[in-house]
Design a protein around this ligand. Structure first.
Ligand SMILES: [Zn+2]
Length: 199
């Protein structure tokens, strides 16, 4: 390592912080990036700068966005009567890949976990009730993960939204226990959505 220029070492250290990238892979990526040449490196640097500057969270659903509202929230073609509550942004992408859902989303950015000190106020739930009432939502689909914490989160949401008089449903358990939605294949996810049950 010490034979390499300091700037390259820094790049390798930064890359190796990403999930699934060990030091060897990071080194390989850094060398490959250098081999691409100055134009590529400039583009990569600008792209990172742009991402840093522009990417934020949607004020409404908490998905990634480049302005106040994300692409899904600003799309008038989406069905505002149905809202799918998911734990993570990759879960939104999984539903979008399946093509089975045309409603709106609400991303909680986590699940309830008393052991890890995650209570309702740690999740992005502050505007969920107002979204449901103001946007004329008729059905909330709870698509939090199927593990203990995901179920606890779904139960909490069911109880805390029960006074709104909405149909509250839970996606069917075609999804493996504790499995994260992002790893579920589109067909299974479509079936889980179709087979949702009232809670
Ligand atoms: Zn949004």
């Amino acid at each position: 390592m010490s034979l390499l220029p300091a700037s390259l070492e820094r790049l390798i250290v930064l890359l190796s912080r990403l999930p699934g990238i060990g030091e060897r892979t990071a080194t390989r990526l850094a060398f490959a990036a250098l081999a691409e040449g100055d134009e590529y490196l400039g583009d990569l640097a600008r792209s990172l700068d742009e991402a840093t500057e522009k990417i934020t969270y949607c004020k409404s659903c908490h998905m990634l966005a480049e302005s106040e509202l994300c692409r899904i929230c600003s799309d008038p073609g989406r069905d505002s009567r149905v809202m799918c509550v998911v734990a993570t942004i990759p879960d939104v992408l999984a539903f979008e890949r399946s093509g089975a859902f045309r409603g709106r989303y609400h991303v909680t950015h986590g699940v309830l976990s008393p052991l890890k000190g995650v209570g309702p106020s740690e999740l992005r739930l502050h505007n969920l009730r107002s979204r449901l009432t103001e946007q004329g939502v008729e059905e909330v689909i709870l698509a939090t993960p199927t593990g203990v914490e995901g179920e606890a989160t779904a139960l909490y949401l069911t109880r805390s939204l029960s006074d709104l008089g909405l149909r509250v449903t839970r996606i069917a358990t075609g999804v493996p226990m504790g499995g994260e939605l992002e790893y579920v294949d589109p067909t299974t996810l479509s079936r889980a959505l179709e087979g949702r049950v009232n809670v």
